[in-house]
Design a protein around this ligand. Sequence first.
Ligand SMILES: [Zn+2]
Length: 231
Amino acid sequence: MASNTTKPANVQHAPDVLSFFLPLAWVSLDAQRRLDGRECARCGSTAGLRPGGHAVTPTPDGGSLGWAVRVCQTCPPASAVCDSAAAVAWVVAAGAVEDDVLTAWRWRRSVAVPTGRLWDVVRVTRSVGLTILSRLPQHVRAVGPVLEVPARETVEFLVPRGTAATWPGVRGVFCVGAGGASRLPSPGMSVTEGRRARCGRRWLTRLEPHRTPTTHGGGLLECLLTELPRR
Ligand SMILES: [Zn+2]
């Protein structure tokens, strides 16, 4: 296994509650202190706290709760929605054609973006994906972009480039690397905004490509290997 799949040194049970839409059922006491503003929403520090924007926790009925959180002096506050221009630049850097992106996103469609340049994609069934997403905070500090694809009943995790080539074969897990593509909706098609692209795709995490462009591959693999045998 490649060295970049080792467990992160700073694994903690409380996740960055700003990058991760933590389901209410999974809010630990540690996470609760971050949601309540008693600790930095991202790192748990209590020094020099300032307003940090809103964290979001999805509720079982399909709704969501917003929490006015605080961040320390070194952690950035939340942006309400990923800046649209930054998102366009991000997918163009990944190999998409800018005109295609602008046209597709204007009409609430998703756009084909090549995999293997900035990221690979790990695809699992929807039920596995939602379970994994709820347990990921125990394995990684922050979660990168995660996409729900209702037409395929799958969930897709963006992971570091090269993951597809280095992961062991895991039953029920499909990796897409160089030569593949995934269709991505605009940042506003998300759980927080309550919107989907016409094809049904939407983001399950806050899109912060400048901060958390991918989910740690080793942490995701560890989570899958821990969770899949239980099913
Ligand atoms: Zn902090």
